[in-house]
Write a protein that binds this ligand. Sequence first.
Ligand SMILES: Nc1ncnc2c1ncn2[C@@H]1O[C@H](COP(=O)(O)OP(=O)(O)OP(=O)(O)O)[C@@H](O)[C@H]1O
Length: 238
Amino acid sequence: MVTSILPLNLNEAVVSRKGKRLIGPVTHEVSGHGITIVLGPNGAGKTTFLRLMHGVERVSQGSVNWAQPVEIAENSQSFVFQSPIMLRRSVEQNLMYPLDLCKTPKPEAKERAREWASRIGLLAKLDQQAPRLSGGEKQKLALARALIRRPEVLFLDEPCASLDGHATREIEKILLDTAASGTRILMATHDLGQSRRLATDVVFMLSGRIHETGPAAQFYATPKHTETKMFLNGDIVE
Ligand SMILES: Nc1ncnc2c1ncn2[C@@H]1O[C@H](COP(=O)(O)OP(=O)(O)OP(=O)(O)O)[C@@H](O)[C@H]1O
């Protein structure tokens, strides 16, 4: 049986840089299933919060702990950035790269690359150089590359920020299917519509702290705090 890396526990976690507190203190548990949407205005700390959970941002105080040792946790999670980073190689080689790193036999890696290329509508472009794809295609490829090793947890930072409606819909469908198949997703956005379409639960951030959190239906229907209500009404919250 594969042992889960969840829950992830943040206990009074703080991120500071040059004496300035960017995040925290934050106490939060990530467990269960589905999609957590990290919402909040610009500069609220969404990106830093995701990076902290993913382990690329060092905790200055407090702690961030997975249920498994960090070497195991690191190998069971992926991160998709707002601007996808493409290797200057073909679509197929981009997809195979994470599998090569964990020494997956080549025929199996090729097969899985084909499956994912088909799933994201890029089968006909397997041999094309990835940097020459459109923005939406690049983002789908980045997502497929993050998912090809079947991570237990997937982080995404505003993956649809510069995409049109069609590409956004395609990405959202992959995310919903991925969550339904058991991958736990945490995703930052300031797009309320996207949050309503995807969220199982919501973490609303303000000034580097979790201002309000809860199951999506409850969060939207009965927000507790004034700033949350303002944000949901489209007012400017800082
Ligand atoms: N490398 C850094 N050095 C110093 N301050 C930083 C650094 N990165 C981010 N910050 C600051 O930390 C705070 C949180 O930034 P962060 O990018 O996490 O917010 P965000 O909610 O993701 O914003 P946005 O929606 O604009 O991407 C901001 O005040 C930002 O200016």
